[in-house]
Design a protein around this ligand. Structure first.
Ligand SMILES: Cc1cc2nc3c(=O)[nH]c(=O)nc-3n(C[C@H](O)[C@H](O)[C@H](O)COP(=O)(O)OP(=O)(O)OC[C@H]3O[C@@H](n4cnc5c(N)ncnc54)[C@H](O)[C@@H]3O)c2cc1C
Length: 450
């Protein structure tokens, strides 16, 4: 190791959306950086439906044109469907829920976004494109290189240890960005990972060709939306995401204990869950499954810290709870947006201590706490979520959250309103919604987001 000049200013572990957007922000500003990606791109990945707050990052990085050229299916909004046809009146507020709801992003003007759509993406293609984009700004990219750990003791620089095949090597850097996703490479090394006390989610998913998306669309223009189909099993739902004109991604999300309790194969579990929505089941059975089922588990956790001396954790490496509002990629991109600003300042001042990354850490904690609360309401009382969407008093405030604008406010008013109604329903066993409460603990929402 050279003790006067490191090999790179910044070493980034992981070439997913968090790592490649970080590399693009830094390289564009003239910072020398390297990305280590263990896979050879393109590689498949879960997380195919974006939210509009991603667009700000695409614009800042000059990547929006490439998104348009790639012709990913446009995502104009979201639809929620349930198998029940009831509406439930709420005594105090006149709130009513329905068995379905839809919303278009263009209903609320979003500063800095200026387009009525975001995208559904094939993550193999999208991640590869963004990594190449970073490379185009001058970021060095190594694929097929797995980082084994980081030595922060070799002051004045950190040393990233990696393997390329069987060969071991290391690189010196001024600071490290852990963008290694749910593998949380450095978070694990430092023992910062904390399992979520409430959520313990599990998902199983695959791609289907020639599934007729009109089967579940109750209006003509809804076929290219993301669909969330509620299931009668508690805390469970299905995503339906268009990948192309003919390919649709379908995934079942449930609590891990629901899967474990069934004692059946994962395929059987998938089809049993889908069969609780007969229209969807018939549509999928008439289509061709073109990718094997893949499971995702153990994914609800947070980190004790998102930054340390010479270190930030971005994207899933910092936290992941649940995919219900399709937020993961947007959070990953916005982490890089906020953290790169702190890193550029650190490059100027030469101060790489934890406090230098304070703006990033507090902004992201505020945003992810809001997400956590929103997710918790959804799971605790599904019916309240659709009731708020359908109510003109709350619709645009909920839409703001769904668009991914969660970072500015300590707690958006609409979340406080939801919190109060959930508490009221919990306290009153005679409330018409009381028996609809989900079985996550009742303090899930109150204690959320530490
Ligand atoms: C069931 C499920 C459904 C989801 N659905 C959505 C959705 O619809 N929309 C959405 O926005 N998000 C969704 N997500 C979340 C989304 O997948 C993630 O939030 C997003 O991929 C995070 O990006 P990232 O860059 O932080 O991590 P990743 O995309 O996981 O990228 C991390 C990269 O780091 C590499 N890596 C890991 N360890 C090392 C190492 N030691 N050395 C080198 N490289 C390494 C990996 O190979 C990977 O390429 C979903 C998640 C789950 C579990």
């Amino acid at each position: 190791m050279n003790f006067s000049v490191p090999d790179f200013d910044v070493g980034i572990i992981g070439g997913g959306p968090a790592g490649s957007s970080m590399a693009a922000y830094l390289a564009r500003a003239g910072v020398s950086c390297v990305v280590f990606e263990r896979e050879i791109m393109p590689r498949p990945h879960v997380g195919e439906s974006l939210v509009p707050s991603s667009t700000r990052v695409f614009k800042e990085l000059g990547f929006l044109e490439k998104m348009e050229e790639a012709k990913f299916p446009y995502k104009f909004g979201a639809v929620w469907t349930s198998s029940e046809g009831k509406s439930y009146k709420h005594d105090l507020e006149g709130l009513e829920a329905d068995c379905r709801a839809d919303i278009r992003f263009e209903e609320r003007a979003q500063p800095g976004v200026d387009q009525n759509h975001t995208y559904h993406v094939d993550r193999g293609i999208f991640d590869n494109m963004l990594l190449h984009h970073a490379n185009g700004f001058g970021a060095k990219v190594y694929e097929g290189v797995a980082v084994q750990g980081v030595d922060f003791q070799e002051s004045p620089f950190a040393s990233i240890k990696y393997t390329m095949g069987k060969k071991e090597s290391s690189t010196s850097v001024r600071m490290v960005v852990d963008a290694s996703g749910r593998r949380t490479t450095v978070g694990n090394q430092l023992k910062w990972r904390v399992k979520d006390p409430v959520f313990d989610q599990y998902a199983i998913h695959a791609w289907f060709e020639n599934y007729d998306r009109r089967a579940m669309a109750y209006k003509d223009n809804l076929t290219n939306y993301i669909y969330v189909h509620f299931l009668p099993i508690s805390n469970s739902w299905i995503w339906q995401i268009p990948i192309s004109e003919t390919v649709t991604s379908i995934g079942v999300v449930t609590q891990k204990k629901n899967f474990a309790a069934r004692k059946e194969s994962r395929e059987q579990f998938f089809w049993d869950c889908v069969s609780s929505r007969p229209d969807l089941y018939a549509g999928l059975k008439a289509s061709d499954q073109i990718r094997p089922f893949k499971e995702e588990g153990d994914y609800s956790y947070s980190m004790k810290q998102l930054a340390g001396d010479r270190l930030v954790l971005v994207g899933d490496a910092g936290r992941f709870v649940d995919p219900i509002f399709s937020t993961g990629v947007s959070i990953a991109l916005n982490c890089s947006r906020f953290a790169s600003a702190d890193i550029l300042r650190a490059m100027e001042t030469g101060n790489f201590n934890r406090e230098a990354f304070n703006t990033f850490e507090t902004t992201i904690r505020r945003g992810t706490k809001n997400w956590y609360n929103f997710i918790s309401v959804y799971y605790r009382l599904n019916v309240l979520f659709t009731a708020f969407i359908l109510d003109p008093r709350y619709r645009l405030d909920v839409l703001k959250l769904l668009q991914g604008d969660v970072y500015e406010e300590q707690e958006p008013e609409v979340l406080t309103r939801m919190r109060n109604i959930v508490s009221e329903v919990e306290r009153n066993p005679k409330h018409i919604w009381h028996n609809l409460l989900g079985d996550l603990t009742n303090n899930a929402f109150v204690a959320a987001g530490a």
